[in-house]
Every structure is written in C-alpha cells, then in structure tokens.
Design a protein around this ligand. Sequence first.
Ligand code: C5P
Length: 222
Amino acid sequence: TKNWVIAIDGYSSTGKSSISKVIAKRLGLIHMDTGALYRGITFYGLSHCQNADDSIDLQQLIDDLPNINLVFEKKNDELQLFLNGTNIDKEIRQPQVSANVSQVAKLPEVRAFLLDTQRNIAKTGGVIMDGRDIGTVVLPNADFKFFLTASTDERAKRRHLELLGFGENISIEEVKQNLIERDKIDSEREIAPLRQADDAILIDNSDLTKEQTIELMLSYIK
Ligand code: C5P
C-alpha cells in the first residue's frame, strides 16, 4: 500500500464519510471525518456556552477553546472522537448539532484551532480525509482530490434515512432545509469556503449507488 493522501470535499450528505470509510479499508488508509471535529466543538458549545434561547454564545465558545481537548483515538482501524476524555461519536449526530455547526465552522478562531489536528494526522501519509476545505486549505498537496455533489432531494432522502436509523424523529423537509442552510453558510463564509479545488475530480452521484461511486473513485486512484 502506498502512503497516499486523499482529500474528499463536497456538499452535505453526498456520502463523503461513508464512502471514505470503505475506500480507506480497501486501500489500507486511515479515514478522518473532519466534519466530526466541527460537530465536536458545536456539541461543546451547546453543552457549555448556551444562550437563554438555546443558541450558542459564540464569543464564550471562542474564549473557551483552550479548555477543549478534541482528539481522535484509533480503535480497530477506525478513529473515535473524544471530547475532554468522553467519546462523543453518537452525540455529534444530533439534529441540534447539525442545526448549529455551520455557524461555529464560520469562526476563524475555530478553523485555526482545528487545523493542526487535521494536518498532524496527514503528516505520515496513508490517510483519506473528508470535509469542505481539505483539497483547498488543509491538504492542498494531496495526491488525489475529489469533490462530491448530488441533487438536494437525493441528499435529503439519504440523510433522512440515516437519521431514522439513529432513531431520530425528523421530517424529510426539515432535513432538506438544514442541508440547504448549511451548504449556503459553508459556501458563503469568508475563511475556507466550500468549493471545488482546481485540481479536484468532480463526481455527481445523484444517480449512482454508494458502491458505484466507490468504484468510480477507485478507478481514478489506481
Ligand atoms: O461533514 P459534516 O456534514 O459532518 O460537517 C458538518 C459541518 O462542519 C459542515 O456543514 C461545515 O459547516 C463544517 N465543516 C467545515 N469544514 C470541514 C468539515 C466540516 O467547515 N472540513
């Protein structure tokens, strides 16, 4: 196996993470879901820096960053996320986190805070990292870059199914609105906005299954 560094960016719910997981296994790479880091900070904010109206006090969150220890630990070839010693892999998928994460990811202080964590993992190579700014900002020298997109309806359907699987009771319309809102904030922010790197391969998987998308991507990597 080569010590490849692979960057996968794209819109919400295009399957970036689940696809990356499979490709990582097939190629013997470590998979890092960088969205989990932004979700982890958001989860901290919702637990420790809440305003009276349940929104996050963003300034307090920024002031609190030095108190946040967010690390991935390797377990059975997968990375698990720990916030100040507690595993939060399940908590970060809550709709409340999804609804607030893009506001948190907009903050330059938060993005700077998470940059080292992401780059350190990639230092030795052998990694596939998925997110929004991996090919453009975090790992501009990645060996392979992909940019995933799909129609909004298809993405909403997929995310809705996934949430039902987690036991979350939420309507497909609500899921769709959250996707649209997040994509808008992520694309329009000033620092490291969501966009395709010039040298990234664009894949629209609206009409592709997960397996077909994986095969297509592997055909470029081989
Ligand atoms: O990938 P996921 O949907 O879990 O990401 C959650 C949010 O984290 C995104 O909507 C975006 O606001 C933020 N994010 C980011 N940069 C990344 C990964 C995620 O801004 N590299």
